[in-house]
Design a protein around this ligand. Structure first.
Ligand code: E4P
Length: 218
């Protein structure tokens, strides 16, 4: 499963990229607003840090303007992935862009039928929002299972990008189901490394090592 960071914070992206485990980045208008940075400038900077896809979202609601915005965004870097909302105009834009070889992430997906439409529109990625789904009394991970089943039934190549990830259990369940990608806030990705028994184990080993009076680097 690929790991994308869901953020526009450069320091976090650099830190995660340095682990060698970061496969891409997703942003959205709210994350850009939170960063306080210029959209074009920060997107270009992120594209230079990670090798993989960097999702940048259009803000127009009609197809023609979405295409104009996408045209500007895709000139920023080769690894820009245009993010469009799951609407009729968004999917029309998706079809046109992917037909032209541009990566597209169809966002704000909340049903398996919507995911089916995104795949038929040739989306590179579909982003079902599991956290927001849970918040509204639905089962976000059940949505991912349904999409996995449908995509496998028809051999769709669209990658399931689990979004709105709130905790490490969402990541675990995504991997169990066989999602292709998950995007999470940096804090959730960093939490994946942690286990109380790992910390306790290191502490015990180092205490015993100190008793030997030895050092590896001599
Ligand atoms: C995905 O691409 C979105 O940017 C993101 O996952 C939304 O998450 P949120 O529900 O925490 O805002």
């Amino acid at each position: 499963m690929k790991f994308f960071a869901d953020t526009a914070e450069i320091d976090d992206i650099r830190e995660l990229a340095a682990t060698g485990l970061l496969d891409g980045v997703t942003t959205n208008p709210s994350l850009i607003a939170k960063s306080g940075r210029d959209f074009m400038e920060v997107t270009k900077e992120i594209c230079g840090i990670v090798d993989g896809p960097v999702s940048a979202e259009v803000v127009a609601l009609d197809h023609e303007t979405m295409m104009k915005e996408a045209e500007i965004l895709r000139k920023l870097a080769d690894n820009v992935c245009i993010k469009v909302p799951l609407t009729i105009d968004g999917l029309k834009t998706c079809k046109a862009l992917t037909g032209d070889g541009t990566m597209v992430n169809v966002t704000l997906c909340f049903s398996a039928n919507q995911a089916l439409l995104a795949a038929k529109a040739g989306a590179t990625f579909v982003s079902p929002f599991v956290g927001r789904h849970d918040d509204n009394g639905f089962d976000g991970m059940e949505l991912i299972s349904d999409i996995r089943l449908i995509y496998d039934n028809y051999d769709f190549e669209t990658e399931i990008l689990v979004a709105s990830v709130r905790h490490v259990t969402h990541v675990l369940e995504s991997a169990r189901i066989g999602a292709d990608v998950m995007t999470a806030p940096p804090a959730v990705i960093k939490a994946l490394f942690k286990h109380v028994l790992t910390d306790k184990g290191i502490e015990g080993f180092l205490a015993d090592w100190a008793k030997t009076g030895q050092s590896i680097i001599r």
